[in-house]
Design a protein around this ligand. Structure first.
Ligand SMILES: [Zn+2]
Length: 472
């Protein structure tokens, strides 16, 4: 039992999270289709799942997180043909790129990252069950479709009017004959020059929707706790996942569906100046701080639309600067005095407010509000020199504890400092000890050129990264 409450898209209800097996929260996230570099809209959805996983673990819950990798589909086949590669080569390349971007953005690695092409056997078994249950049928060319007419509750997740069911984009693109225009492909008959597998259900390749049902159930069981994805996946992808999974197993598929709203890009200025801003790799190459990008993508509630712009990135940078400045001040803080009797309550209060906010369907805005209330409080205590040296260490521990969820603080004092910058800082400290103010000022300018601001405090020299949206 936990105090965490989440809003389920299917029922519309906000309910306490209770792991189905009483122990482990099992989470499946629709992952990347690895045919090109990931988009920040994709990463908003992945980082939302990361926040969820980090938060549940911070709350002391055991979590098993699975994120699939789609490594066979029309776009991958097309891309590989254009590049003169196999689909394996193309998807390996873009999977590596995705993981590098994910690491840079400090996304927790899912416990399992299953690939569709490694699960053909599970997919075939599932389709076979659907054929036997007459929820699926074969067309003349050997393709296999799910029969939507066999599943009366189809459309419940997307709240579709059964008479007005549209067919999804990916289904529309299929060129296979089917009984009902709404039916979707589970298995696609082989075409010349396309990869295919020879299996018990014939030769071909899996459709997109079936892979998520097969992989989630293979790694999490027939029923599991949470399924995440972007709102654009509600229909038809998740609708199809529910229909084919429950038709095959007779069990409820997912307890709680969580969908992340769209990322909007209102920053026309940035688009003009940098061209295609949407890719993570391009933004990082242009000098955007990965921590600021992470913060900007996380800082808005997952069910609210997020406007991504230069301004939102700058606001994220400013928020991080306040956090960094406090961390550095606490690290440098030395005061030989008794412990501050009120500090413990302040830290505990901050932690409780943070947790209460996130318990409420991951209300990140309120959680960040609690963090910055604590920041203000600690800044006051530093200013008043009311804490002991040990207090400062306790405050720092408390901040780092909250950051297990947020993942935005600099990692240790030497975060991102190359040897050259470290040497300049050492030289400047030596110059100040020698009272060589001219050298000290010169070194301060040199450091500023390298994006590091230095400040002299009664605790000695302190540095911080100068927040930059773009560099160079
Ligand atoms: Zn999926």
């Amino acid at each position: 039992m936990s105090d965490v409450r989440l809003q389920d898209t299917l029922s519309g209800e906000t309910r306490p999270l209770v792991p189905l097996d009483g122990r482990t929260v099992r989470i499946y996230s629709c992952g990347p289709t690895v045919y090109g570099p990931a988009h920040i809209g994709n990463f908003r959805s992945f980082l939302f799942a990361d926040l969820l996983v980090r938060y549940l673990r911070w709350r002391g819950l055991e979590v098993r997180w699975v994120m699939n990798v789609t490594d066979v589909d029309d776009k991958i086949i097309k891309g590989a043909a254009a590049a003169g590669e196999t689909i394996g080569e193309l998807s390996d390349r873009y999977l590596a790129r995705f993981l590098a971007d994910a690491d840079t953005l400090r996304m927790t690695r899912p416990d399992v990252l299953p690939r569709a092409t490694d699960h053909i056997e599970e997919i075939v078994t599932l389709i076979q069950t659907l054929l036997e249950g007459e929820h699926a049928y074969r067309t003349d060319d050997g393709s296999i479709f799910f029969r939507i007419a066999s599943w009366p509750s189809y459309g419940r997740l997307a709240r579709l009017d059964p008479d007005q069911l549209r067919i999804g984009e990916r289904v529309e693109a299929d060129e296979y004959a089917k009984d009902d225009v709404r039916d979707f492909a589970l298995w696609k008959a082989p075409k010349p020059d396309e990869p295919s597998w020879t299996t018990r259900i014939g030769e071909g390749r899996p459709g997109w929707h079936i892979e998520c049902s097969a992989m989630s159930m293979a790694h999490l069981g027939q029923s599991f706790d949470i399924h995440t994805g972007g709102v654009d996946l509600i229909f038809p992808h998740h609708e199809d996942e529910i229909a084919q999974s429950e038709a095959a197993t007779g069990q409820p598929f997912v307890r709680t569906w969580l969908h992340c709203a769209h990322l909007r890009s209102s920053g026309s200025k940035m688009a003009k100046s940098t061209g295609n801003i949407a890719r993570v790799g391009d933004l990082l190459e242009a000098g955007v701080s990965p921590r600021a990008l992470r913060y900007a993508l996380l800082a808005v509630h997952y069910r609210a639309g997020l406007d991504y712009s230069d301004e939102s990135l700058a606001a994220a940078g400013a928020a991080l600067t306040r956090l960094d400045t406090l961390v550095l001040a606490l690290e440098a803080y030395r005061e030989d005095r008794p412990d501050d009797p009120e500090l413990q309550a302040a830290l505990e209060g901050g932690r409780q407010a943070f947790g209460a906010a996130l318990d409420d369907d991951l209300n990140i805005s309120a959680a960040l509000g609690a963090v910055f209330d604590l920041v203000r409080d600690l800044n006051r205590r530093i200013e008043a020199r009311s804490m002991s040296t040990d207090d400062a260490a306790r405050a720092l521990d408390a901040l780092r504890d909250l950051d297990r969820v947020l993942g935005v603080l600099p990692e240790g004092t030497a975060d991102g400092l190359d040897d050259e910058v470290q040497q300049l800082l050492d030289e400047r400290a030596a110059a100040r000890t020698a009272r060589d103010w001219a050298a000290s000022d010169r070194l301060r300018d040199t450091l500023a050129d390298r994006g590091v601001a230095v400040e002299d405090t009664r605790d000695g020299q302190r540095w911080r990264r100068i927040p930059q949206v773009t560099r160079g």
